[in-house]
Design a protein around this ligand. Structure first.
Ligand SMILES: Nc1nc2c(ncn2[C@@H]2O[C@H](COP(=O)(O)OP(=O)(O)OP(=O)(O)O)[C@@H](O)[C@H]2O)c(=O)[nH]1
Ligand SMILES: [Mg+2]
Length: 394
């Protein structure tokens, strides 16, 4: 057992899972913590649960401050998604986050040399070719953000909730230090920007479906039986568990608490126009060593903005699919942004919930097809820039 929790803790966790309101969940988590012994093996878990409690508490206090129906109040923890993807702009103070918002979006922001001038999340829509991303400027990260210093929980909560992140650094002085500070705070709040080699996903199912472990990778320090036993100890009896890459029992436990999550990221290396920036860019590139894409830019001179858009698009692993009405020559407006590997079935679900039910066939126009258009079924795998006409019964 990675954390060696006593049975009482396992029972409490079941109550956490069953809680119906955020307040109840928070209270049950507090009770759960009392049963978690304090030793090195449980440090990560305790930190994570405390972070979750703090997030719920912030949210509840925020709602209370605002009152019902009022729109003023403290920083909003989560911002409703708009566009094809939500991207959090994260960085230490003064790197030019607001400048990026003002250069690429319609949002009203304050660009100023005064540090920590953005106090709450600011959303704005950025166009990249014919897709739209929602950028959200997060209040600056500082040392201790992950422990709640400043508006740390808001900033890191935004990163956790977004579909991807822009890690912004100022090239005019020590970008490596800035990047490492931000990465350390993200990691402390269990947000990773490099895809881990192993992955565990747990999909809870209704009672009676039993446990099904699908092993696509390797278990390093345990057997399938150990995985099943661990889940049962947490009272998880009905779920599909997918394991890929190299996985330890500890990673399975992480997945139970949904602690570690992965976010695609792009480094925006800003202020390329300033003295010393070119040399700093070179050392930054050596340091990152190809692990993340780096876009050199100057928000003030509006240079590198298209490259940033492309890097975001590529990192998210999305494809654009255009639709048209049967019989029409014209495509209908903006494309659908779908995950790479999406099928006609996914597209149909995105168009309308009845589309799958009433589906007859689809016609696909694409350069890669020897005969285009091609008549296809729901399982056809789409690619970027495909044009689709869906035919339904009604
Ligand atoms: N030379 C140069 N200055 C820039 C660039 N981008 C931003 N700045 C300047 O850097 C300062 C800080 O910019 P902001 O956009 O307010 O920085 P921020 O990251 O939003 O900072 P906080 O929200 O206050 O933490 C301002 O004086 C900007 O004019 C750039 O590309 N080149
Ligand atoms: Mg700002």
């Amino acid at each position: 057992m990675p954390t060696n929790l006593p049975p009482e803790a396992m029972d409490k966790w079941e109550e956490v899972e069953a809680a119906r309101t955020p307040r109840e969940k928070m209270e049950k988590m507090q009770e759960f913590l009392k049963y978690v012994p304090q030793h090195k093996g449980t440090m990560k878990l305790r930190g994570e649960i405390k972070r979750k409690i703090a997030l719920i508490r912030n949210d509840l206090e925020d709602k209370k401050r605002k009152g019902v129906g009022k729109s003023s109040g403290g920083p909003k923890l989560f911002i409703e998604k708009e566009g094809s993807a939500q991207i959090a702009v994260i960085g230490v103070t003064n790197v030019g986050k607001s400048c990026l918002m003002s250069a690429t979006t319609n949002s009203k922001v304050l660009v100023t040399p005064t540090p920590y001038s953005t106090h709450e999340p600011v959303p704005g829509i950025m166009d990249y070719e014919d897709v739209q991303f929602q950028l959200i400027e997060a209040p600056a990260v500082m040392k201790g953000s992950a422990d709640g210093r400043g508006t740390g929980h808001v900033t890191l909560g935004l990163a956790r909730n977004a579909d991807g992140v822009i890690l912004m650094v100022d090239l005019s002085h020590n970008p490596i230090e800035q990047l490492e500070l931000v990465l350390a705070e993200l990691e402390k709040s269990r947000v990773l920007v490099n895809r881990p080699s192993g992955r565990v996903t747990i999909n809870r199912r209704h009672a009676g479906t039993a446990l099904r472990v699908i092993l696509l990778g390797h278990l390093i320090d345990c057997s399938m039986r150990d995985v099943e036993d661990l889940l049962k100890e947490y009272k998880i009896h009905d779920a599909i568990i997918r394991i890929s890459g190299d996985v330890r029992l500890e990673d399975v436990e992480d997945a139970i608490f949904e602690t570690t999550i992965y976010k695609p990221a792009v480094i925006a290396a800003n202020k390329l126009d300033l003295k010393g920036a070119e040399a700093n860019l070179r050392t930054l590139k050596r340091h990152v060593n190809g692990k993340l894409p780096i876009i050199a830019m100057s928000c003030e001179r509006k240079e590198g903005l298209d490259e940033l858009g492309k890097a975001i698009f590529d990192s998210l692993g999305v494809i654009r699919v255009y639709t048209k009405e049967p019989g029409s020559k014209e495509e209908t407006g903006r494309p659908f942004a779908l995950k790479r590997g999406a099928t006609i079935n996914d597209l149909a679900k995105n168009i309308h919930k009845d589309f799958v039910h009433n589906f007859l066939f689809a016609m696909v126009w694409a350069k890669r097809l020897p005969f285009s258009p091609k008549k296809v079924g729901l399982n056809f795998v789409l690619e970027d820039e495909d044009v689709v006409e869906v035919h339904t019964k009604i």
